[in-house]
Design a protein around this ligand. Structure first.
Ligand code: GRF
Length: 199
């Protein structure tokens, strides 16, 4: 299966997928990596693995809709079976969702529906929850609202800082991402009334 991965930052989730895909038994290959900005480690990781990259910066297009069209076209060129937002910090538009909404997944560093948005671990810590975690879900038109594929929990420790909690979550998040992307591409899935099932 063909994976396109979208990144905006360090790309540690991307790296986990690249490492997993090195084994043919995994059943998927990262065929391209897209970003919304230059100069990020995620793009370097792709280049180091010999994976083609593209950058579509919102600023490079006259309107958000033009950006969405360009991103959609660039992703489509690679004929993906699954598209993975792995720390991609942009909300895609209608066109992207119309083209790929049935196979665009995102990993979020909180246990949704709690703590959506870009500060999952910080918000969880500030709230005082005792269990945090990560959620893999199919992206819909909302912010972190789509059908949930899998969740993994980690404890919040008394002496946690935003950094230590973020790291603990990311470690579990990467394992979950690799496991479930593999299962999705190998076994397929159905979504009925928001319930995702993998046979
Ligand atoms: C992940 O924890 C993701 O949940 C959050 O940003 C992080 C991306 O990390 N939205 P990386 O770029 O994969 O290292």
């Amino acid at each position: 299966a063909r994976l396109v991965v979208l990144v905006s930052g360090s790309g540690s989730n991307l790296q986990a997928l690249l490492d997993a895909a090195a084994d043919p038994a995994y059943g998927a290959t990262v065929v391209a990596v897209g970003a919304d900005r230059d100069g990020i480690a995620g793009l370097d990781r792709a280049a180091a693995a010999g994976v083609p990259t593209f950058v579509d910066s919102v600023k490079a297009y006259p309107t958000r809709d033009d950006w969405d069209a360009a991103l959609t076209a660039h992703v489509a060129e690679h004929k993906p079976d699954l598209i993975i937002s792995a720390g991609f910090l942009k909300l895609v538009g209608k066109r992207f969702l119309t083209s790929f909404g049935d196979r665009y997944v995102n990993t979020h560093n909180a246990l949704l529906p709690a703590f959506p948005g870009i500060h999952g671990p910080r918000d969880a810590l500030a709230y005082g929850v005792k269990i945090a975690g990560a959620t893999l879900f199919f992206v819909d038109a909302g912010v972190d609202t789509g059908p949930i594929i899998a969740q993994v929990s980690v404890p919040v420790l008394d002496d946690d800082t935003e950094e230590t909690l973020t790291e603990r979550i990311k470690e579990a998040e990467r394992r979950q991402l690799v496991e479930y992307v593999g299962r999705l591409v190998r076994d397929g899935w159905t979504i009925t009334d928001r319930k995702v099932s993998i046979p």
